[in-house]
Design a protein around this ligand. Structure first.
Ligand SMILES: [Zn+2]
Length: 99
């Protein structure tokens, strides 16, 4: 009988991600850092936490930004297009709140 394979994690988020995410949102005053809209799921502005480098396992505070769902989608599109802003100079306009 072969040993069962090691469990494959379903996610790269750490086990304490809910607490980490909550702390990031509280530090942001429960507002999106990009558009400034307060957390308000009833109107489609649920606050989420964005990983600047796209790696959910990297929960360094420098890598995390509180963004509403709408801005989170923009941030992820920006990340796919341009890559991680970590280690880069701040870009003017749209990119700067993400950096
Ligand atoms: Zn927003």
């Amino acid at each position: 009988m072969r040993p069962s394979p090691p469990a494959v994690p379903k996610t790269r988020y750490p086990p304490d991600w809910p607490e980490i995410a909550r702390a990031v949102k509280e530090a942001a005053g429960w507002r999106c850092l990009l558009c400034g809209h307060p957390h308000d799921p009833a109107t489609g502005y649920t606050l989420t936490v964005h990983h600047r480098d796209g790696d959910p396992s990297n929960c360094d505070p420098k890598n995390l930004r509180a963004l509403c769902q709408r801005c989170h989608l923009l941030a992820q599109a920006w990340l796919r297009r341009y890559g991680s802003p970590l280690g880069r100079p701040m870009l003017p306009g749209f990119a700067s709140p993400l950096a």
